[in-house]
Design a protein. Structure first.
Length: 118
């Protein structure tokens, strides 16, 4: 299987079995032992970059206080081990990214994976 170009890494799952993780060029791996005659299931999981998650969270309501770019105080939900009041996923003591920053490329860049069975 040849994924062409991948921005960061991709996990390949064929028929429910992990066929491998590709993280550097060439983004290819043999799949013969995972495929069967007839219908097969292909799943490609592309890993997103942490800065993209931080940027996306900046678009959600804040659930802690900052003093400029740095954390002002630890939020109560963190110190009391309670559920977060917002849908934010990340928590950082420093704001590295703004909500309007461009997302970093993190994707399956080829039009579609290609493979050949013998």
């Amino acid at each position: 299987m040849d994924l062409g170009s991948v921005a960061i890494m991709a996990e390949i799952i064929i028929n429910g079995k992990n066929a491998g993780i590709l993280w550097k060029a060439p983004f290819r791996l043999p799949i013969d032992k995972y495929v069967t005659q007839g219908t097969n299931t292909l799943e490609i999981k592309v890993t997103n970059l942490w800065p993209n998650r931080l940027i996306s969270d900046e678009n959600l309501p804040m659930d802690y206080e900052r003093n400029g770019k740095k954390l002002k105080t630890l939020p109560e939900w963190l110190t009391k081990y309670t559920e977060r009041p917002t849908e934010r996923t990340t928590f950082s003591s420093w704001s590295h990214w703004k909500k309007d920053d461009p997302l970093l490329t993190s994707a399956l860049l080829a039009p579609s994976p290609s493979f050949r069975l013998k």
